[in-house]
Design a protein around this ligand. Structure first.
Ligand code: CAA
Length: 259
């Protein structure tokens, strides 16, 4: 598939893939085609054995300023139902490999929802997070009311969703929305560093661990604990577990193969 609104580079030696949202004039507003391209790229990378961690980024000015308002402006409720644009977004959640959002500048509406659907967020000092849909007469529709509330708690989520106010990278860090805040010049480098750390681990254990952490969002504690335990035991079916523990005993670096 030829991409028009994203670019995709893979550094297989380090097992990392970088997907860049690329509609800079529109502040990376997420139109239907861009989201189809992103879905395709994520599916392809998820199926590529050489890739162990995926980074999604934008540019310094914008990660993404939301779903494309111009594309949605004249739609009716029935158009929205039939197009069901958020169905495409489900792929981000379904991606089995870890996905890191490297965020700088505007990260708003659907952009913030996209970042929150990723597994970790590295923010540049210039990042601004918000769910400003209320200002255009709508509300978040791609997980914002649920994921933001779980990430930052009811008080701040309610204020952001009901007033549309933006929060700074520093506030986002204090509220637990992002992993860390770094100077704009190095936010992508920092995301690559984090991706490298993840990519060095056993891909089998990483997959099971990611799945287990995500389970915490859609199950009660007891169900989540059983799920985690099953995945923990499952790790022992992998060669990587033998290799990892053997390397520890032999005081050497493990060589994980994802088997
Ligand atoms: N959709 C479509 N176009 C957008 C856009 C969006 N979400 N955000 C920015 N753009 C376009 C602008 O229309 C403008 O295009 P033109 O040059 O053709 O006029 C261009 O990007 C640059 O934007 P601005 O001139 O507005 O830049 P600014 O620096 O003055 O302001 C901003 C930046 C505060 C982010 C402002 O652009 C803005 O408020 N954007 C909309 C943010 C928003 O409401 N997002 C939520 C969208 S709805 C949604 O996401 C629903 C959901 O749950 C998925």
């Amino acid at each position: 598939m030829q991409y028009e609104f994203i670019t995709c580079e893979s550094a297989y030696q380090s097992h990392i893939a970088l997907v860049r949202l690329n509609r800079p004039k529109e502040l990376n507003a997420l139109n239907l085609q861009l989201m189809q391209e992103l879905k395709h790229a994520l599916q392809t990378l998820d199926n590529n054995e050489d890739v162990r961690c995926i980074i999604i980024t934008g540019n310094e000015k914008a990660f993404a300023a939301g779903a494309d308002i111009k594309q949605m402006e004249s739609r009716t409720a029935i158009d929205m139902l039939i197009i069901d644009q958020f169905e495409t977004w489900d792929q981000i959640r379904k991606t089995k490999k870890p996905v890191i959002a490297a965020v700088s500048g505007f990260c708003l509406g659907g952009g913030c929802e996209l970042a929150m659907t990723c597994d970790m967020i590295i923010a540049s000092e210039s990042a601004k997070f918000g769910q400003p849909e209320i200002k255009i007469g709508i509300m978040p529709g791609a997980g914002g009311t649920q994921r933001l509330t779980r990430a930052v708690g009811k008080a701040l989520a309610m204020e952001m969703v009901l007033t549309g106010k933006f929060i700074s990278a520093e506030e986002a860090w204090q509220a637990g929305l992002v992993n860390r805040v770094v100077p704009e010049e190095v936010y992508l480098e920092e995301a690559v560093k984090l991706a490298n750390e993840v990519a060095q681990q056993s891909p089998v254990a990483i997959r099971l661990a990611k799945e287990s952490v995500l389970k915490a969002f859609d199950s009660g504690l007891q169900e989540g604990l059983y799920f985690e335990r099953k995945n923990f035991y499952m790790c022992f079916a992998s060669e990587d577990q033998k290799e990892g523990m053997n390397a520890f005993v032999e005081k050497r670096k493990p060589n994980f193969k994802g088997k």
